[in-house]
Design a protein around this ligand. Structure first.
Ligand code: GUN
Ligand code: ZN
Length: 438
């Protein structure tokens, strides 16, 4: 047998470095990262640590030196809808009228492959401009929307997950699909795209009210047959929605119970919002290794409510941060982390907590990766991780420069960037070992 090819270092950079060990941040004021390829040719981070110790071992390696910049993991967005890029900032009384008046009409257009392709290209570029290198993404009910998404993501060599929305009832013409065909389409798309390059398929029933029993059952059968695919849906976002689900599924213990009864709770299942849950729901999510995608800009924009961070932490259920564009109002992880801080502080409907900046950051990087079952692969800068990272310029604006210069601790520095940062902070992005053209 041939010996496996050894890992090959190709280039390095030297800067301030942020990464995570479990939930805890690790910081190097003068750090270095060595990138290269592994035995299979996959681009990876081969080594990380203090610059003198790391670079001493690689005297001939080209090194980019950015002493005042911060290299951090690419952000992971745990829940986003690429076809809703064009309806960001569409106001409505609440979730259900927003879906009816803006979302479904906009999604109808994704039957058109050219429209889907143009939007997917824009969407992925916008994610990258904002430092997001992985996202778990809704497409629409049209298979063409999924093809467009995966083709554009493959071209960019991104680690991306997505899937065809399944919605065979309580949905208007133009987005409603047909039960049997939706299952055939899902299976065909899954077989075509899951595991291709860095892509993964997510089985995507929109939410319980828009799927028949047969569609939910079929989705769960596919999820059981292909256990390393993802499942994504919405859960307990809005009080009117929760009431509707209770009417439609009177035999289930709760909204979460509907998904559990159909067999849709498992590892790699991610439910967006998870606001109106009880303790049993949270315990069931933890027991099933099912995670929440917390989407605070969306929840504030649509008036849905506030995720209960204290309860989630007390029970130890998994969760990560998400933009939920276009209910969410920004592609920027900085805006999402700040909104999560505000939502955590809210203390009228639940216990108010003051989340640490490093924990907000963790939940949008390594914590979100852990929710996806991809810890050790993405969302971190530990040796062996895939080579997706960002370079932040804390002097990007006059106010950022002034404030970050006075930060006395890592938490203060991270907080200043969370509060004041946006896409201007993101100076460079590396995807799969390559720095993108600036
Ligand atoms: N629930 C069902 N569909 C959607 C959607 O597109 N966005 C949000 N925020 N919630 C939903
Ligand atoms: Zn959503």
């Amino acid at each position: 047998m041939l010996n496996p090819r050894p890992a090959t270092p190709t280039h390095a950079c030297r800067a301030r470095v942020l990464r995570f060990d479990n939930h805890q941040p690790i910081w190097e004021d003068d750090g270095a990262l060595v990138f290269g390829t592994d035995a299979t040719g996959q681009a990876r981070l081969l080594e990380v640590g203090s610059a003198p110790a790391v670079l001493g071992q690689y005297p001939l390696l080209p090194v980019a030196h950015w002493p005042d910049r911060i290299v951090a993991p690419g952000f992971v967005d745990l829940h986003i809808h690429y076809p809703q890029t064009d309806i960001i900032g569409s106001p409505a009384e609440g979730l259900l009228p927003w879906l009816e008046h803006y979302t479904f009409p906009a999604e109808t257009r994704f039957a058109d492959a050219a429209h889907a392709a143009a939007t997917a290209e824009f969407f992925l570029d916008e994610l990258l401009r904002n430092g997001v290198t992985t996202a778990l993404t809704f497409c629409t009910s049209h298979p063409a929307s999924v093809e467009a998404f995966f083709q554009a993501a493959r071209q960019r060599q991104m680690r991306m997950m997505g899937g065809k929305v399944m919605q065979d009832r309580h949905s208007p013409d133009g987005v409603r699909d047909q039960t049997e065909q939706s299952l055939l389409d899902t299976k065909a798309l899954l077989q075509r795209w899951h595991g291709q390059d860095r892509l993964g398929y997510a089985i995507t029933p929109r939410f319980a009210p828009t799927s028949s029993d047969a569609q939910l059952r079929g989705a769960a059968e596919l999820a059981a047959r292909y256990p390393d695919t993802w499942i994504q849906s919405h859960l307990a976002e809005n009080r009117d929605e929760v009431r509707w689900v209770a009417e439609l599924f009177p035999l289930s213990r709760s909204y979460l119970g509907v998904y559990e009864d159909f067999g849709l709770l498992r590892q790699r299942a991610i439910y967006a919002h998870c606001i109106h849950l009880d303790t049993t729901d949270r315990q069931r999510m933890k027991a099933c290794h099912t995670a929440a995608a917390v989407s605070p800009t969306s929840n504030l924009f649509l008036g849905s409510g506030f995720f209960d961070f204290a309860q989630a932490d007390a029970i130890g259920m998994g969760y990560g941060l998400a933009s939920d564009v276009g209910g969410g109002t920004s592609f920027s992880p900085f805006r999402t982390m700040l909104a999560a801080y505000f939502a955590g502080r809210e203390g009228q409907t639940k216990q108010g907590v003051s989340l640490l900046p490093s924990q907000l950051w963790y939940r949008h990087t390594a914590g979100a990766a852990a929710a996806l079952g991809l810890e050790g692969s993405i969302g971190n800068l530990q040796p062996g991780c895939e080579a997706d990272c960002i370079v932040l310029n804390p002097q990007a604006t006059p106010l950022l420069a002034r404030r970050t210069a006075q930060a006395d601790s890592l938490e203060e520095l991270l907080f200043a960037m969370i509060v004041l940062g946006d896409d201007r902070l993101v100076e460079r992005v590396m995807v799969n070992g390559q720095w993108l053209p600036g």
